[in-house]
Design a protein around this ligand. Structure first.
Ligand code: FAD
Ligand code: NA7
Length: 457
């Protein structure tokens, strides 16, 4: 066993889940393969590792981070909780259900810090190119040590791609946008609402980014927020100052024209038009080619590549579930690599994938999407010893979260839920979300309540 070499690309929540899965096996005294993880940023945490930079990083590499200031969890933390490391264990106190970014980063880090995982990770190192060598049945991966400006090669029997898929913007063109006089950016480059105070904003797209960036900008004092949708409006009860319009047809100067024949002028445009699954380090025949969906084509059990069964992908689905889904995937991949899970043949795997994809295609509502991803995780969990948890209860919380948002998009983050891992009931945050302008860990865990902060609304 010790001869097997496993390479992991990316040390975000998915890559760290992979390290944790092997560590849990090691702790039982069982042999594990030789593991190496490579991360292009200078720290772990993936998206949760906030950066002020946009465009390129310190070493000229396309920047991974799409995270922004004042981001508070957009779903209840009880739905993403690790089954083997609870929020109560980490914080030693009950906290609210929708913590800010820094608090979630602290939680992610808390679990992995319990191990010596850092020793397995080479930071500031980007995967540049992968070849499969059929003679030795290994992957040859070329890495770039960004700090040293040096390339090097490694061979692996299994390659785990955990590079995320909310990093490379999807940037559609709208006629006239080239002459728009104000700021035009993609959500990937949005770093917080500050610069948009007193500005009239146009957001294009109607999913999580548009909803969350729109509400954040409203909260932090933008003069108005219009969300322009292509297929369907988000459909919340927006407060005065926020509205939805059908898709932009074109721009003339600072004026945007919409499909319904109306037009309006704006100070800035933010494209919340989603991301591309992008794997520039993989040759065409090994690339995962998919849109953002709950069951990408070509991945058996959502993780094993049909193109090469030694190639594994983590976290490539659109996500209701996050951290605990990455865990269940990582545990599955671990047991597959350890030869405890046998794959059916290629055709049977294709059939299984087709079945899941057809089931997803028949879903339309948010509740159905949640049920679908719940079934997916339940299916994965049958195979491994990842600590079982009450998935039905998590699905119920997700559905209730959808309803909370519909009821009031500005106050849903004040709701509290109960952990299915250890029954801890969340505490209300000391300040309502709309009034809380400080998202630091220190302020969040502190007890004092500032006199109603000077929120603009
Ligand atoms: P990532 O977190 O993206 O990590 C991938 C890692 O791979 C990165 O560290 C990256 O640097 C590294 N990498 C990429 N390419 C290479 C390469 N070639 N070589 C070496 N390393 C590489 N989820 C929630 O549960 N709750 C939320 O509130 C929430 N909010 C979000 C807000 C935003 C703005 C975004 C973009 C996502 C949000 N998510 C949220 C989803 C988030 O993507 C997941 O929580 C999680 O970060 C995914 O983990 P991952 O490890 O799969 O990918
Ligand atoms: P999503 O959830 O993939 O959504 C992308 C949105 O962009 C969706 O509403 C699309 O509309 C819209 N889109 C895509 N292309 C276009 C064009 N050409 N014109 C107009 N609108 C377009 O990405 P998000 O960034 O919202 O969320 C990703 C993650 O980031 C998520 O996990 C969050 O937690 C943060 P469609 O409905 O397809 O017509």
């Amino acid at each position: 066993m010790s001869a097997l070499k496993v390479g992991i690309i990316g040390a975000g929540p998915s890559g760290l889940a992979m390290l944790r899965a092997f560590e849990s096996e090691q702790k039982k005294g069982n042999p594990v393969p030789e593991i190496k993880c490579y991360e292009k940023q200078d720290n772990w945490g993936g998206m949760w590792n906030y950066t002020w930079r946009t465009g390129v990083g310190q070493y000229g590499e396309p920047l991974h981070g799409s995270m922004y200031k004042y981001l508070w969890s957009n779903g209840p933390k009880e739905c993403l909780e690790f089954a083997d490391y609870t929020f109560s264990e980490h914080f030693d106190q009950a906290i609210s259900s929708y913590p800010p970014r820094e608090v979630l980063f602290d939680y992610i880090e808390g679990r992995i810090k319990q191990s010596n995982a850092r020793e397995y990770i080479q930071f500031n190192t980007v995967a540049r190119w992968v070849d499969y060598l059929p003679e030795s049945k290994q992957f040859r991966v070329v890495f770039d040590n960004l700090k040293k400006n040096e390339t090097f090669e490694e061979l692996f029997d299994y390659l785990v791609v955990a590079t995320g898929h909310f990093s490379t913007p999807n940037m559609p063109y709208f006629e006239g946008i080239d002459s728009f006089p104000g700021a035009v950016m993609h959500a990937h480059d949005f770093r917080g609402a500050d610069q948009f105070k007193d500005q009239k904003l146009l957001l294009i797209g109607s999913s999580y980014s548009a909803e969350d960036i729109g509400v954040q900008c409203y909260k932090h004092g933008s003069a108005g927020v219009t969300i322009s949708y292509r297929s369907n409006p988000i459909g919340m009860k927006w407060p005065e100052g926020m509205e939805e319009k059908p898709l932009v047809t074109h721009f003339e100067g600072n004026e945007a024209f919409f499909k319904d024949g109306t037009s309006e002028s704006y100070d800035a445009v933010i494209l919340c038009t989603g991301y591309q699954h992008k794997f520039p380090f993989l040759p065409d025949n090994l690339r995962l080619k998919t849109k953002n969906c709950l069951y990408p084509d070509g991945l058996y059990k959502g993780v094993v590549s049909q193109a090469n069964e030694q190639l594994l992908f983590l976290g490539m689905q659109d996500q209701y579930y996050t951290f605990n889904m990455f865990d269940t995937q990582a545990w599955f991949v671990r047991d597959y690599i350890l030869d405890r899970i046998q794959l059916p043949d290629h055709a049977e795997r294709a059939q299984d994938i087709a079945h899941w994809m057809a089931t997803e295609a028949a879903t339309t509502t948010g509740d159905e999407h949640i049920d679908f991803q719940t079934s997916y995780i339940r299916d994965l969990m049958r195979y491994t010893d990842y600590p079982p948890f009450n998935l039905d209860q998590v699905a119920t919380m997700f559905k209730s979260w959808l309803k909370d948002k519909e009821d009031n998009i500005l106050s849903y983050r004040d709701k509290v839920y109960t952990s299915v891992m250890d029954n801890t009931k969340a505490e209300k945050h000391h300040t309502s979300w709309m009034k809380e302008l400080d998202d630091s860990l220190e302020r969040y865990l502190g007890e004092e309540t500032l006199a109603d902060a000077q929120a603009p609304h």
